[in-house]
Design a protein around this ligand. Structure first.
Ligand code: CO
Length: 133
């Protein structure tokens, strides 16, 4: 298991991309739309062994990220760890009594399979696991 990305909720995607690209000098991907999650995302390569920042911008006021921003403001939203097999990891976590948001893997960005662990079981941190496609 290793850190894959840090999800950051943003209220202005263009301004955030510009900050990471121009002010900090990182490489930022083109935006990808995730219609089922009502999000547009950009990935920022952090020059950290593949670990990235995922900028999350809500495309609809009902999206979970829009509600997060409304409640807490923009900022760190989740951590994501890469695993070889999300379904197998979920089974292990379930057996350990870990509270899950997703009991089954579901499609994420760039052909990944993902699942979320409830913050109540992860020290208050929304935690995602992902498996590359
Ligand atoms: Co994520």
């Amino acid at each position: 298991m290793k850190l894959d990305h840090i999800g950051i909720a943003v209220s202005d995607l263009d301004a955030s991309c510009k900050f990471y690209r121009e002010s900090l000098g990182f490489t930022v991907s083109e935006p990808e739309e995730l219609p089922d999650r009502q999000l547009k995302i950009c990935m920022v390569d952090m020059n950290a062994g593949g670990a990235q920042v995922e900028l999350l911008w809500p495309t609809h006021p009902d999206s979970a990220v829009a509600k997060f921003i409304e409640k807490k403001g923009p900022g760190i939203h989740h951590l994501c760890y890469r695993v070889e097999d999300v379904a197998a990891k979920l089974a292990e976590l379930k057996a350990d009594g870990v509270r899950l948001i997703d009991s089954e893997p579901r499609p994420g960005a760039h052909n990944t399979l993902v699942a979320f662990i409830h913050p109540k079981s992860a020290g208050g941190v929304l935690t995602e696991i992902c498996q590359p496609g």
